[in-house]
Design a protein around this ligand. Sequence first.
Ligand code: SF4
Length: 373
Amino acid sequence: MKYLDEYRDPAIARRYADAIAAITTRPWTLMEICGGQTHSIVRHGIDQMLPKGITLLHGPGCPVCVTPSGVIDAAVAIAQRPGVTFCSFGDMLRVPGSGGSLLSARAHGADVRMVYSPLDAVALAQANPDRQVVFFAIGFETTAPTTAMAVLQAERDGLDNFSMLVSHVLVPPAIEALLADPDTSIDGFLAAGHVCTIMGFWEYEPLATRFALPIVVTGFEPVDLLQGIYMCIRQLEEGRAEVENQYSRSVRRAGNDIAQRTLAKVFVPQSQGWRGLGEIPASGLRLAPAYERFDALARFSDIAVPPDQPGECISGDILRGAKRPADCPAFGTRCTPEHPLGATMVSSEGTCAAYYRYRRPRQDASAAASLSP
Ligand code: SF4
């Protein structure tokens, strides 16, 4: 299959791993900010194919995981209101807030529905004019345009029973926050190909210049990742700090103009809380004044987003790349995908879920050999 099989070819992957080893003269630490890339790295043992001095850190790239527990508490509070139908993507239903998840709210009688698109929630509002339908809008720049389209559709339909709890996040301010940390050990970034398909990579150029480090827009298959790592290491070894595009079969520097204009019409940037990273200026989105009537927190104005409650889950540290799942005493014992204690185990893109699925101790020996379609 074109654009898939050739990016999973073990021989090509091995050649890139050898090329990385050939140009590496000292230790380097790279971070990917994409849950899909994290899963591919762990699944295919990409990190185990690299020279010993190359460390891959898994960053805050899972949209479900970075949603703060306080926002989940607000979602549960809204879902429990009489007359409300609360709609969310599937993984988000299981993430525990301080007092339970949306799924547990459903078990106690709340009308909580799983949807595959924000437009499904708009359709529910059209079909149920007697219900207040609320959509939980989470995710990066990849999903935010479809949320914006749902707002425009609700406006066209004249719906007054549709609103959304918005917790969208933006990648470049998160990179800036990670690099502004004086304790950071990150030498280079792999940027997420799907985010850059929408937003382009022009936003990353000032970051590469200001922090003097390479950023390589990278895809998701094993050969994509190894090529992205090779390009990043080559820049580091040559003393360059540029934005390069490994994922050129999908990404252009300017990105998708229509999606960006739709986003800019419906949303404006705002300060946003991230699990593990805290509040980051201009890293989130809120509805623009013309669309504020679709804001669920304005509609249910007595419900506020509470501060996150510390618990035993260390997913915040894992999302910063400061710890790994094996550092958590609950990993694989009290915390499993069937009984998750935290977001990074719930989400199909979460780091703990990836290590549980592909890298538990008994699987280590076979992980490096798993590079296959
Ligand atoms: S293993 Fe579970 S409790 Fe530990 S950090 Fe991961 S999600 Fe949290």
